[in-house]
Write a protein that binds this ligand. Structure first.
Ligand code: ZN
Length: 307
């Protein structure tokens, strides 16, 4: 029997789970919609459903040893508490204990984007690098700050809030209370919202705004150009402070590939007058990075317990 762990990534719209061995081989995966918030119980129930479903798939092939669970927002990894996640409506939820008791396995909790950054660092585009910024460009924007080959949490677990770097003075209000945040212009939801506000056509997803921009739609080009400017400015600031060797763009919007990465690279190069820009590349794992990182954390926990 092969020893396996489960990596679970709780997102705003989907809960993604995968069973992986210690070499990262995939033994099964599932995705379920994140329940609309009616209480923490519904999220825990969805996670347990995923465990039961995947366990039955590997009943003969493997032995499930542990779970890595990653969630968005502010996370107290040490105490296993999901402190705050606006999208999921929870505060101070002792999710590690709730899930561990329900499934009877050790669980490690961490932050979704830091886990995704870890996956890209250890197994993906950032392999072998020491100084990296991993940016998850999805519904929102967050980043994993990697320095000296380690993912940094900062003093209070809030490092990497690239989405709330104010890049346009007196810009649009952000839900966070500041003005001109990167996320207000460059996140997937911002692209869709700003396109709707400018065109009167609502419900156009960010990927479609990008496609329309490529096809020559003036309005889409203006919205996309604002997004590239916002994100470019945020990255220029990061480069000047931290001097990364590479920037990895992950998350759903990174699927656009060169349509996004090429103008973004030009923007960052153009914003740096006296020094060169680091490489900007796409992630290897796309939307799978979170659950892969979660599984890596579970293996790390088991290895530390064994040593
Ligand atoms: Zn903000």
């Amino acid at each position: 029997m092969t020893d396996l762990v489960m990596g679970v990534d709780v997102g705003g719209t989907t809960v993604k789970a995968a069973l992986l061995d210690s070499d990262g081989r995939d033994y099964g995966r599932c995705e379920q919609p994140t329940p609309t918030y009616v209480g923490p119980d519904s999220i825990v129930a969805t996670i347990i459903d995923a465990v039961v479903g995947l366990r039955s798939q590997v009943a003969e092939a493997g032995r499930l040893r542990a779970m890595g669970l990653v969630v968005p927002g502010v996370v107290d990894a040490q105490h296993g508490i999901a402190v705050y996640a606006a999208n999921l409506g929870w505060r101070d939820l002792p999710i590690r204990q709730l899930v561990a008791e329900a499934i009877g396995l050790p669980v490690i909790l961490d932050h979704d984007v830091r886990a995704a950054g870890l996956a890209e660092l250890e197994l993906g585009s950032g392999r072998g690098a020491q100084e990296v910024l991993f940016v998850a460009l999805g519904t929102g924007i967050a980043a994993a700050v990697i320095t000296r080959g380690q993912v940094s949490t900062g003093a209070t677990g809030m490092a990497g809030e690239l989405g709330h770097l104010p890049v346009f003075p007196d810009g649009e209000w952000c839900a966070c209370g500041q003005r001109g945040c990167t996320e207000t212009y460059a996140s997937g939801s911002a692209l869709s919202r700003r396109y709707a506000a400018a065109s009167g056509i609502s419900g156009v997803p960010a990927s479609e705004v990008l496609s329309r921009a490529s096809a020559g739609d003036d309005l889409a080009q203006r919205i996309f150009s604002d997004a590239v400017t916002a994100l470019g400015r945020a990255l220029v600031n990061y480069v000047l402070i931290m001097d990364p060797e590479m920037i990895i763009i992950g998350g759903g919007l990174a699927d656009s590939g060169p349509a996004l990465l090429d103008p973004l690279t030009r923007e960052v190069q153009g914003g740096l007058a006296w020094r060169s820009a680091p490489t900007i590349s796409g992630g290897r794992f796309g939307a799978d990075a979170g659950r892969r990182g979660a599984a890596l954390l579970a293996w790390r926990m088991l290895n530390e317990a064994a040593s």
